[in-house]
Write a protein that binds this ligand. Structure first.
Ligand code: XMP
Length: 464
């Protein structure tokens, strides 16, 4: 949910939208679930679709005169993800658009300035999504376009100072851009009262722990303590195949290691986390729109209660691309800012089945080849995330004179803006060929490579 302030505007794709806001006279754009709330609240009706609609659809804009769709072509590609559909409009509302499977894909009451769209304008795969959002802000809500990342830094710094007073904070650096940006922002606000802890769980990519640490210490000048917990994590994961259990074990182990390290730092009251807006949505509990928890998004969930720490999440309202922009504004080096998103549980969720040293080495080597080749290719757009997945599948091959019975590695490369939706990257065949040849030749134990051509939804980005 994004709000522009108490007397301006509300954009919602959240089950937490308080219906009271719909009586407040504020302009509202309900997105997806938000549109359903608007429909119900104003007396319309919905019904459950027999088959939910996920993925791309063509939107037909019926009401070209609506300010919400100003400048949007009559037919445009949008991204859908819903299981309910409007069957009766609320009084005062008009239907503004449809798709083949969704007769009412947008509604509006121009007089009250209340709108709803069933598709997701905020994702990159909706062609004119930004125009719809901008129309709502500028033409419907009359919000002036005066927001800049610099003002976010100033406001966030003040808020952090006000909240922390002279208390101390700790931050678990994961190697990712989110925790690096969160830590830098907080260090800017409270300086040496922030201590960072880097737990090396051995689930990072090739060469990553070293390069990331160098950046934290030498470039960002953060106060970092490193814990080598590699053996401990492999031990804890031995024989575990279930993805949720892996995530939970890693989460618990992480907490245990971090807690030990944190005990050595006196007088800490706050825990800094790089939680982003998509994490907030995707980790919703049951009853919420996400309905079922998609994955236990781990970073250091559980720590604050256990350690009696207060949580500080200065990036909660931001998307990934905004965090990168914030990183740049804060002066982070480009290789840190542009680092690909990487899951907290690391390579463990890119190994389907048992996590062992041996299998970690295979996925690490295959992944390094995928990254090297894609990094070197002049691609436009450059994929947002790309990696190797080690499958438990073994298949027959022939190498030299001999028959092999070895492992299948999958390659995943996606385009995305925020990881909430994604499309598979149309990589050139020659590039895929190079990746495949190199993996099979250079990584022992692999004799076949497959390319994942599934979007999100319905698949997730990570395989586990
Ligand atoms: P999924 O697989 O949920 O991934 O479609 C969406 C984005 O989130 C990343 N991801 C995670 N990030 N902790 C994280 O910090 C996690 O547990 C986690 N699981 C997935 C994933 O790499 C993708 O960018």
């Amino acid at each position: 949910m994004l709000t522009g302030g108490p007397e301006s505007v509300l954009l919602a794709d959240s089950p937490d939208l308080d219906p009271a806001i719909l009586r407040s006279g504020l302009p509202v754009l309900g997105i997806c679930y938000g549109m359903q709330l608007v429909t119900r609240h104003f007396g319309g009706e919905l019904h459950k679709l027999e088959r939910a609609e996920y993925g791309p659809a063509v939107l037909r804009v019926d009401a070209g005169s609506s300010p919400l769709f100003a400048g949007v072509p009559e037919r445009t590609r949008v991204w859908m993800s819903h299981g309910d559909s409007v069957t009766r409009l609320p009084r005062g509302f008009a239907a503004l658009a449809s798709t083949e499977r969704c007769a009412v894909a947008a509604i509006g009451d121009e007089r009250r300035r209340i709108y709803g769209v069933q598709f997701h304008p905020e994702v990159a795969h909706t062609e004119h999504g930004k125009a719809v959002l901008e129309n709502f802000l500028r033409r419907v809500a009359n919000v002036p376009p005066d927001w800049a990342m610099e003002s976010f830094v100033d406001t966030a710094t003040e808020e952090i100072r006000a909240r922390l007073g002279d208390a101390r904070a700790i931050c678990a650096l994961s190697g990712g851009v989110d925790s690096a940006v969160a830590a830098t922002l907080v260090a800017r606000a409270i300086g040496e009262r922030l201590t960072c802890v880097f737990v090396d769980h051995g689930l990072l990519r090739k060469g990553e722990a070293q390069s990331v640490l160098a950046a934290f210490r030498d470039v960002l000048h953060l106060d970092v303590r490193t814990i080598d917990a590699r053996a401990r994590f492999v031990r804890a994961l031995a024989g575990v195949e279930d993805p949720e259990r892996k995530r939970i074990i890693i989460g618990h182990e992480f907490i245990a290691v971090f807690e030990e390290a944190a005990r050595a730092i006196p007088d800490v009251r706050f825990l800094v986390q790089g939680t982003l807006y998509p994490d907030v949505i995707e980790s919703k509990t049951p009853q919420s729109k996400a309905g079922h928890k998609i994955k236990s998004h781990h970073n250091v969930g559980g720590l604050p209660e256990k350690m009696d720490l207060e949580l500080l999440e200065p990036l909660r309202s931001l998307f990934k691309d905004e965090v990168r922009e914030l990183g740049r504004v804060l002066g982070l080096p480009e290789h840190v800012v542009r680092r690909q998103p990487f899951p907290g549980p690391g390579l463990a969720v890119r190994i389907i089945g048992d996590v062992t040293e041996e299998r970690l080495a295979i996925v690490r080597d295959a992944d390094a080849i995928v990254r090297e080749e894609i990094d070197a290719a002049p691609l436009d757009p450059h994929p947002w995330q790309y990696f190797a997945v080690l499958t438990p599948v073994r298949s027959v091959g022939v190498m030299g004179d001999g028959r092999t019975y070895a492992t299948l590695v999958a390659v995943r490369a996606i385009t995305s803006d925020d990881g909430m939706t994604a499309d598979w990257a149309r990589l050139p065949a020659e590039l895929l060929e190079r990746i495949s040849t190199r993996i099979v030749n250079e990584v022992a134990g692999v004799n076949r490579v497959a390319y994942d051509i599934t979007s999100k939804p319905p698949a997730t980005v990570e395989w586990e």
